[in-house]
Design a protein around this ligand. Structure first.
Ligand code: AMP
Ligand code: DBH
Length: 561
């Protein structure tokens, strides 16, 4: 049984096949294509552990076989919540092989997000890590399985006194039986996969009250991976650093780990993107390419000012996920000694890259151009009319790897798409005369906190659930490192209500830490627009002015007063 989702109209699907974008080959091919000429070439490095292409495929097969034995079935769904560890990819390929469709939650997600995702996909299986506070004991897994009754199996990476051991499932020792003698292995028959089916759900940064899921098919996602690998000129010599969260669309597919696996290169995992973690990895594994968000670039530049000797193998630095200022962009080559590639993408589909042959102006000032000749771009004004090139407008898009509807969200889909199936990205962009995009703003109610997206409405709902808060509005405020942080304006019946207490409440409600308001401002009333909506523009202005005032040196106090 496959997952129901909104697919492309048949004439477009036909066109994408004719153009060779959709090859009807499932994404399991990303690993299996290397098995014909097995080499000892490393696919993956995680701490002291490493995997050749053969070993990675082997582990994915064994995990898939273990899951089959447990009773997991093709068409089931899975909730995956793992940090940047090799098991994330082993799980990804194992589930794919079985036709089990996962949501790969970010490791920074908490019980609120996991519950919302589980309620949407009704998983049979959860694969989690005891390295996360939620799964140190069985309490949350137990609660989740009572709330989401489809949940039958929990596999845990790391020590735990509940669920099944993920390590044992990968080693093939989960069941005290025959399982992995070579005869038994031959007996396992994998389900026939249909590349038009949903392969997994990608996460939307979103702007709505409830986080939305993006169905990605084998056909559409594999195309974006192959094309990205080609644009980024990956090959078996590529050594790629994955230091941002592994499930993110950027690090998974732009070209990300999947692009590197496709090309036969090596992925090196880092727990997080700080220079302290990454520089030694770059040096010891001779990493050639890394993907960062702008806030991490700032830290790398600071660290490299002292010593950049560890970076000598690094040829390309991708930067995306949030606005990269020109002055930061300019410092990358002289200070880090590697070339910059700007990436502007979205989990919903469309990805843009500056190309290696592009002029310095394009690389420093634009966020690139789309992957595909068949990425259709519309840039429109408030009336939905196309604007001329060079004029800012809202970006709409459709194409061979841009989805056609959020999972199970008919109402939201009516506003998220236009009548021709173009997705309203919520980005305000300018297109140059030669077809490059510059992201100049946003018309979605979202805060881009150093590449981590926070949907204002989701946090406002949580704030309104705090006793004594009667109104709430979350807006972006400028921040010199993160680009943006979040500021909540609240109206409360208790003048003594402290920001600390509010944060405590939000934590108890289980939202991810990065969604907690960075600043909370109490006001008597929220400003309204003439149509009766909260005037967020005025609030953004108010907090920006306040920050400016606070950063200015205060006039010296008169000693006598
Ligand atoms: P998400 O929905 O979480 O996949 O986030 C995608 C959004 O991130 C885009 O719609 C943009 O708003 C933002 N974004 C991604 N890359 C860039 C970039 N290079 N410059 C500015 N904004 C970006
Ligand atoms: O921010 C993003 O979502 C993003 C950034 C760069 C993305 O999805 C991508 C590349 O594919």
């Amino acid at each position: 049984m496959s997952i129901a989702f909104t697919s492309w109209p048949p004439e477009l699907a036909e066109h994408y096949r004719q153009k060779g974008y959709w090859t009807d080959v499932p994404m399991t091919d990303i690993l299996t294509r290397h098995q014909q000429n097995p080499t000892d070439h490393l696919a993956l490095i995680c701490g002291e552990r490493s995997w050749t292409y053969r070993q990675l495929e082997h582990d994915a097969e064994r995990l898939a076989a273990s899951l089959l034995q447990l009773g997991v079935q093709p068409g089931d769904t899975a909730l995956v919540h793992l940090p940047n560890v090799a098991e994330f990819y082993i799980t990804f390929f194992a589930l794919m092989k079985l036709g089990v469709v996962p949501v790969n939650a970010l490791f920074s997600h908490n019980q609120h997000e996991l519950t919302v995702y589980a309620e949407q996909i009704r998983p049979t299986l959860a694969i989690v890590s005891s390295g996360h506070h939620l799964f140190r004991q069985s309490t949350f897994a137990q609660t989740l399985s009572e709330q989401v009754t489809s949940l039958k199996f929990c596999l845990v990476d790391g020590d735990a006194d509940f669920g099944y051991s993920l390590a044992a499932a990968i080693a093939g020792t989960l069941m005290p039986c025959h399982a992995f003698s070579s005869q038994a292995k031959k007996a396992v028959s994998w389900p026939e996969l249909n590349a038009s089916d949903v392969a997994f759900f990608q996460l939307s940064g979103g702007s709505t009250g409830t986080p939305k899921l993006i169905p990605r098919t084998h056909n559409d996602y594999y195309y974006s991976v192959r094309a990205s690998a080609e644009i980024c000129r990956l090959d078996s010599d590529t050594v790629y650093l994955c230091a941002l969260p592994a499930p993110h669309n950027y690090t998974l597919s732009s070209p990300g780990a999947l692009g590197v696996f496709y090309a036969g290169g090596t992925v090196v995992l880092a727990a997080e993107p700080s220079p302290m973690t990454c520089f030694p990895l770059i040096q010891s594994h001779q990493i050639t390419m890394a993907a960062l968000v702008p806030s991490a670039v700032t830290l790398w530049l600071q660290a490299a000012a002292d010593d950049r000797s560890a970076l000598s193998s690094l040829q390309w630095l991708q930067v995306g996920g949030a606005h990269l200022g020109e002055s930061l962009a300019r410092r990358i080559y002289p200070k880090l000694g590697c070339h910059l590639q700007q990436v502007f993408g979205m989990a919903e589909g469309l990805v843009n890259y500056t190309r290696f042959e592009d002029s310095e102006w394009h690389v420093l000032h634009t966020q690139g151009r789309p992957i595909s000749d068949d990425d259709e771009i519309r840039i429109v004004d408030e009336n939905g009319d196309d604007v001329p090139r060079g004029t800012p407008g809202a970006l709409l898009t459709r194409g061979p790897y841009t989805f056609r509807g959020y999972y199970n969200s008919p109402e939201h889909n009516r506003v998220a798409f236009d009548k021709d199936g173009f997705y309203r990205s919520g980005d305000v962009v300018v297109m140059t005369e030669d077809g490059y995009l510059m992201v100049v703003g946003r018309d979605k109610d979202q805060i881009n906190r150093g590449g981590e997206k926070v949907a204002a409405e989701e946090v406002e709902n949580q704030l309104l659930a705090v006793p004594e808060i009667t109104q709430a509005a979350l807006v972006a405020m400028p921040d010199s490192v993160m680009g943006e942080k979040s500021c909540a304006f609240i109206v409360t019946t208790n003048p003594k209500l402290k920001p600390l207490t509010i944060r405590k409440h939000l934590r108890m409600r289980g939202i991810a830490d990065y969604k907690l308001p960075d600043r909370i401002e109490k006001v008597d009333a929220l400003p309204m627009t003439h149509v009766g909506k909260i005037d967020k523009k005025a609030l953004r202005q108010r907090i920006a002015n306040l920050l400016k005032k606070q950063s200015q040196p205060q006039p010296e106090k008169d000693v006598l007063s």
